[in-house]
Design a protein around this ligand. Structure first.
Ligand SMILES: Nc1ncnc2c1ncn2[C@@H]1O[C@H](COP(=O)(O)OP(=O)(O)OP(=O)(O)O)[C@@H](O)[C@H]1O
Length: 933
């Protein structure tokens, strides 16, 4: 009250004074019959031509009253602002301002602290949109005056920004950055503001012919009173990024599809984060800056300042004049706007150069209408914490493994693919990061050429999903590939999608190539040449092939086929002519990552791989035949050579669980070509069944609460739970009840309140079930958090009672890589199509029991606790694959280790010894060259 009353009193006096003023003035006019507008505000409203004394007086008085009424609020405000009591009013504001000033001072550096200039924050900044290539600040001309943005006094502001020292920003950090940017060039910004306000130049360009009277403008500026404020956030949507072209680096983004666009931009950023540093060109730095900045949609300094690690390495000079900001920011700003000494970095023109003038970014156009925030931010103060976390992890990893997160060996392969444009095959023992490197390459290639130019394939479905691809048979459109090359080619030509795939593919990735036989490889080469009509290896497609021939052999061998086997019984593709024709360079990776924490195990596995087991190594393996107990009660994954053993192990574990079991039967569907009488079923009894049985999903799936399961599908929308994610069944519930539960509880609350759902689910199809109070109390005791929202329980139970038992689905708690560590997911049926014939479909829950896995399914996985039963090993390479999944001996338990079952193929040994020799020869030559230099 003590603030408001004096203000009102003062305002009232002003009001009275004005009216007396006008009364005397009007009387004077009446008697003199001459009107001379005495109030400055009337100047523009009252043309001097109106000078008719007889009619003028009443009109004049009415007008004055009317105008006074209109102007009253702003006058009151002004009066209050100028009143001696306004200091009281502003006390809290000034506190804030002081606080802000101190923040800014620290932000701007100590040199700025002593200055007593007011600090400016930016209002109505949507008008500020871009910077010219020569660094002069330009302001957008599309900003329209809004009704609530009226100035109080006779200024005609059409398009303007305001700089004011008032407080009202919500995001202080952002504000600080903006202010700092403006501070560094406040003079020019002020000029622009004032020139725009009072000289009305066009297209937002500062009119150099207009003299700028700073003092006058400063005074007038103080009169402006914009209520509206917006922070300087330039959001660049994926569509806009899609238009950015980076010709010097070859990066071209052209996707305009909403969802895919976002994902791709994300990939670009990730890719750049890993690639930037080691290539060491400013071009990379430039592009990353652009993309990251675009994605983040945050103010420029923050966006660039928080940029990735390689920016840190490259930091050096500063030219933007902003002191106190890390050198990272400086360098980056400099690189983006080499010639600019201004802080605005939204490029409108078609050229932007780095500090050395190397990089040109063309057509970086940002239409204002499309500015909107992206839902995710890669780094910085805003944004998805998961991505931020990932980014931090990337930085950590980089510091230990090199600037791109890759070892020098891995980088060499990457360079051969990206810059050498060679068909490469890279190999190495298990855990040397072949798949890791492949994923990095895929990401970078997709970033450069778009997803459709990269064919991502593997020999098996599981290996393919591991790298986000498909099987080579499916990609090629050749089914099982049993026909001749010409027939297969005709088959491909008939399928438009398959033919298009072959034609649009620039790079073909093949993982786990050890399982592709020579015959298949030759056929693929022929089909590619014929379909593309180019007589070059694979019709000119660049090949990226990886795998380890010491691991599992081609499928043809396993299925008992006698086609094309060599004397040793295997049909490895490295033996065929097509291989020699296609592969330009072969790389051998030697650094093992998987067992990097247990070098002893890494050495043992090396001997095992080559089939050379000296007695001391044999003893070490024998010593691992002991039962392991884990204090946390989490059991190891069991690996068996055969499917029967896997099923048996899982069943016995399931039987040991108490509780009701639920059985889910798969639903199979066949295409019309398999209708009885049209071949298919009739010709091969049991053929369809056997094809579907080869799918990952089970025909009959029995589950219980507490069962350990593995998710076996990749969901495009949900990237936390992927193929291979392990979880536990916590309840059987209906999708209706689950949806209701999800409505009641937010994502982060669901884990804590899940017992309520489990409890309520007992009432599904069991209306007579009694409320078991002891069980309920146990539930609450075990999870006190549930007490808070226990009122939801009756509604859950009432809803559950309306559901049928046939609606029940498993609810699993999956172990995921987020801060919570777990995620609940209701597992719903999905379609599994056969690789050889997509019209053969089995619909089943995408989970399998996962206490035990077959060794074949485990290939490519990294596991921390493994129990391997080697009793029924039937294949060369199987022992090595099984034992090499584990990261350390402390988590490895072996059952029935038999050294006689450890065998390798001679041609594989020859192939690798040749590779090793070549590698050491190459190394010697490089060393000689280095010494000579
Ligand atoms: N450069 C790297 N930096 C950090 N970790 C890496 C790197 N390369 C590989 N790894 C890690 O090593 C482990 C094994 O990698 P990966 O699965 O790619 O090996 P692989 O050679 O494909 O194995 P396999 O032959 O058994 O399929 C993974 O956990 C992976 O994250």
């Amino acid at each position: 009250m003590y603030r408001v009353l004096p203000k009102f009193y003062f305002q009232y006096s002003i009001f009275t004074f004005h009216y007396l003023d006008y009364f005397f003035f009007a009387t004077f006019c009446l008697f003199t019959s001459r009107i001379s507008p005495g109030h400055p505000q009337l100047t523009c409203l009252e043309p001097p031509s109106i000078r008719q004394p007889n009619t003028f007086f009443p009109i004049f008085v009415i007008r004055i009253y009317f105008i006074q009424l209109l102007l009253l609020p702003s006058q009151m405000f002004k009066a209050a602002a100028g009143s001696p009591f306004s200091a009281l009013d502003k006390s809290s504001k000034s506190k804030k301002k002081d606080q802000k000033q101190s923040t800014l001072s620290s932000f701007l550096g100590s040199s700025q602290k002593s200055q007593s200039q007011p600090f400016f924050s930016l209002r109505k900044v949507p008008a500020l949109r871009r910077a010219s290539s020569d660094g002069a600040a330009l302001f957008g001309n599309t900003h329209r005056k809004r009704s609530h943005e009226k100035p109080t006094k006779g200024t005609s502001i059409q398009n303007s920004i305001e700089i004011t020292d008032e407080e009202s920003h919500s995001d202080k950090s952002e504000d600080s950055a903006i202010v700092a940017a403006l501070k560094s060039q406040s003079q020019s910004t002020r000029n622009i503001l004032l020139t725009r306000s009072f000289s009305g130049f066009k297209d937002g360009r500062m009119s150099k012919s207009q003299p700028v009277n700073l003092e006058e403008q400063e005074r007038k500026r103080a009169r402006l009173n914009f209520k509206h404020s917006k922070p300087l956030v330039h959001h660049l949507s994926f569509r806009e990024v899609g238009r950015a072209r980076f010709p010097d680096s070859g990066v071209r983004l052209s996707d305009s599809n909403a969802i895919r666009g976002e994902k791709r931009v994300l990939e670009h950023v990730e890719g750049k984060e890993t690639e930037m540093g080691s290539s060491g060109t400013d071009s990379d730095l430039e592009i990353t800056g652009m993309v990251t900045r675009s994605v983040e949609g945050k103010d420029p300094l923050q966006r660039e300042g928080i940029n990735t690690k390689s920016t840190l390495h490259k930091s050096s000079s500063s030219s933007n004049g902003i002191s106190g900001i890390s050198s990272t920011t400086h360098k980056h700003v400099h690189n983006l706007h080499g010639s600019s000494h201004h802080g605005h970095r939204h490029a409108h023109t078609s050229e932007m150069r780095d500090g050395d003038g190397h990089v040109r970014v063309s057509k970086y156009h940002i239409p204002s209408s499309k500015r909107r925030p992206l839902p995710w931010v890669v780094s910085g103060t805003l944004g998805n914490p998961r991505l931020r976390e990932r980014s931090t992890q990337a930085v950590k990893r980089e510091s230990s493994t090199g600037s791109r997160g890759l070892s020098s060996e891995q980088s060499e392969v990457l360079d051969a693919v990206m810059f050498g444009h060679k068909n490469v095959f890279f190999t190495g023992s298990a855990g040397t990061g072949k798949s890791f490197l492949l994923k990095t390459m895929i990401r970078r290639l997709r970033m450069r050429y778009g997803p459709s130019a990269i064919g991502v394939t593997a020999s098996t479905g599981l290996a393919a999903t591991n790298i986000g691809g498909t099987t080579i048979n499916r990609f090629a459109g050749i089914g099982l590939g049993l026909e001749s090359s010409i027939r297969l080619c005709n088959r491909v030509r008939k399928s438009r999608s398959a033919a298009d795939r072959w034609k649009t593919t620039k790079y073909l990735v093949m993982d786990e190539v050890s399982m592709i036989d020579a015959t298949m490889f030759t056929k693929l080469n022929d089909v590619a040449k014929m379909v593309r009509g180019i007589d070059k290896p694979f019709g000119g497609i660049q090949l990226i092939i990886t795998g380890d021939f010491f691991q599992l052999p081609p499928v043809s061998k396993r299925s008992g086929s006698r086609r094309g086997k060599d004397a040793d019984g295997a049909d490895f593709c490295f033996n065929c002519d097509a291989w020699r024709e296609c592969i330009d360079e072969t790389f051998l990776l030697t650094k093992v990552y998987r067992q990097s924490g247990d070098l002893e195990l890494a050495e043992m596995l090396d001997s095992l791989r080559l089939g050379r087991l000296p007695p001391y190594v044999r003893q070490k393996f024998k010593a691992l035949e002991r039962p392991l107990r884990y204090p946390d009660g989490i059991l190891p994954t069991e690996l068996y050579p055969t499917r029967d053993e896997v099923e048996r192990a899982n069943r016995s574990r399931l039987n040991s669980l108490s509780g009701e079991s639920m059985t889910f039967f798969a639903k199979d569907s066949y295409g019309p070509e398999f209708a009885p009488g049209r071949g298919g079923n009739g010709k091969h009894p049991g053929y369809l069944e056997s094809v579907l049985d080869a799918l990952m999903c089970a025909k009959v799936l029995e589950l219980k609460e507490g069962a350990q399961v593995m998710y076996i599908k990749n969901d495009m929308e949900d990237t936390t739970i992927v193929n291979g994610t392990i979880g536990k069944i916590v309840a059987f519930t209906s999708s209706d009840l689950w949806s209701y539960f999800c409505l009641q509880f937010k994502e982060y609350e669901r884990l804590a309140y899940q017992p309520l759902l489990t409890y309520a689910s007992r009432f599904i199809g069991n209306r007579q079930a009694d409320l078991d109070h002891t069980l309920y109390e146990e539930l609450i005791a075990s999870n006190p958090a549930a007490l808070g929202k226990v009122t939801v329980l009756p509604a859950l139970i009432a809803r559950a009672k309306r559901q049928q038992r046939r609606d029940l689905l498993p609810l699993a708690k999956f172990t995921v890589n987020t801060s919570e560590g777990y995620r609940l997911k209701l597992v719903e049926p999905m379609d599994f199509a056969s690789e050889s014939n997509p019209n053969l479909v089995r619909t089943q829950l995408p989970i399998i029991l996962a206490w035990a896995l077959s060794i074949h399914k485990s290939q490519g996985q990294t596991l921390s606790r493994v129990k391997v039963d080697l009793t029924r090993v039937f294949e060369k390479g199987q022992v090595y694959v099984a034992l090499s999944r584990c990261t350390s001996t402390s988590g490895l338990e072996i059952v029935n280790f038999d050294e006689r079952k450890v065998a390798v193929r001679k041609d594989v040994v020859r192939f690798y010894s040749k590779l090793k020799k070549n590698k050491s020869r190459k190394k010697e030559q490089q060393e000689k060259l280095a010494r000579a230099k």
